[in-house]
Design a binder for this molecule. Structure first.
Ligand SMILES: Nc1ncnc2c1ncn2[C@@H]1O[C@H](COP(=O)(O)OP(=O)(O)OP(=O)(O)O)[C@@H](O)[C@H]1O
Ligand SMILES: [Mg+2]
Length: 226
């Protein structure tokens, strides 16, 4: 792949976790490149290392071996602050467990990444309302996360990931808590973002429909690409 088009590359990635008395190898020798505008589904059984891989690719966690390059920059050379800055500039992340901030209401949760990236407060509010409308939650702006269902929290998390129109969107089971109709709508939204903004999508999913929609699939088995 032409280096200038590569948004994410993994080079011989390995991850081992050291607990009290245990050494737990999680990922082994993972290498691939993902280009601008690509859509990639990371699939594999529970415990195969999908979420761990996504965290490494997004620079939320550091590998034991190898390196990740994001937008041509090696994450190994950056401090935690440097990685956070790169993430804020280029990425959106939808976590498997949503990770909404409990003391902020729906509107404020979605505004946050735009505020951090320096957008004017009024524009943050307008963008937040726009994306919450897209995910069908414009009637819940003032509500707090603990009053929402799992599927509603997931849609807030998606709106929050979309607000900066990220060059790379990482999503861990983005349709995992949704009914069929909401899931279909979210898949449409993901691919709208992919097409309109040329955003690269990297999705972990057990959803066959979503995996089939992606141009490429990376299959993990016991921490290895197969
Ligand atoms: N910090 C950690 N300490 C110990 N074990 C860990 C840690 N992080 C991940 N693991 C283990 O690594 C393996 C892979 O975890 P991971 O969360 O990446 O799986 P997954 O493929 O996302 O699974 P699921 O589909 O259930 O979400 C699991 O066995 C998990 O228990
Ligand atoms: Mg997982």
């Amino acid at each position: 792949m032409d280096g200038s088009l590569t948004r994410i590359s993994a080079k011989k990635l390995g991850k081992t976790v050291f607990t009290n008395n245990d050494v737990l190898p999680i990922l082994h020798d993972i290498s691939f490149e993902i280009g601008a505008g690509e859509s990639v589904a990371v699939i594999g059984s529970s415990g195969s290392g999908k979420s761990t891989l996504l965290s490494l690719l997004a620079g939320l966690d550091t590998p034991t071996l190898g390196e990740v390059c994001m937008m041509g920059q090696s994450l190994n050379t950056l401090s935690e602050d440097g990685r956070a800055k790169l993430r804020s500039q280029y990425t959106g992340f939808v976590f498997q467990s949503f990770q909404l901030l409990p003391h902020l209401n729906v509107l404020e949760n979605v505004m946050l990444p735009a505020e951090i990236s320096g957008l004017d407060l009024q524009d943050c509010r307008i963008q937040s309302q726009y994306w919450l409308d897209k995910v069908g939650l414009s009637h819940r702006l003032e509500h707090f996360p603990n009053t929402l269902s799992g599927g509603e929290q997931q849609r807030v998390a998606l709106a929050r990931a979309f607000i900066n129109k990220p060059a790379i969107l990482f999503a861990d089971e983005p349709t995992g808590s949704l009914d069929e109709a909401s899931g279909t709508r979210v898949i449409e939204l993901l691919f709208e973002l992919n097409q309109e903004c040329n955003s690269t999508l990297v999705l972990v999913t057990h959803d066959q429909a979503l995996a089939a929609h992606c141009a490429r699939r990376l299959h993990l088995h016991a921490g290895r690409l197969v």
